[in-house]
Design a protein around this ligand. Structure first.
Ligand code: SF4
Length: 94
């Protein structure tokens, strides 16, 4: 029984390490390539905590990533949005 609990604890430590290694810890940020973004609003409507739409000129809107670290609970959503941006304009990195 004790050995099983130790194995579970060890597995938990390993998974946390893999998570931190893959996601670079707790200071991930998003950026939006303004050349690619065409302002479809998908990112900002899906996750307004990270992305916002700004009107640069009449009829020209672009998405901007807010200048903040991505909260840990939103990292998976941020990567989903990055993968589904139709212009491949979003970069998530630390
Ligand atoms: S989803 Fe992509 S193309 Fe659409 S507004 Fe966001 S960054 Fe721009």
């Amino acid at each position: 029984m004790v050995i099983t609990l130790l194995k579970i604890k060890l597995l938990s430590v390993i998974l946390n390490f893999v998570y931190l290694f893959n996601y670079g810890g707790f200071n991930m940020k998003a950026t939006v390539d303004q050349e690619r973004c065409f302002g479809c609003e998908f990112c900002a409507s899906t996750c307004p905590e990270i992305f916002e739409i700004k009107e640069l000129k009449p009829d020209i809107e672009k998405s901007f990533a807010k200048d903040c670290e991505i909260p840990n609970e939103l990292i998976d959503l941020a990567f989903d949005i990055e993968s589904n941006c139709p212009a491949a304009a979003i970069i998530i990195e630390n």
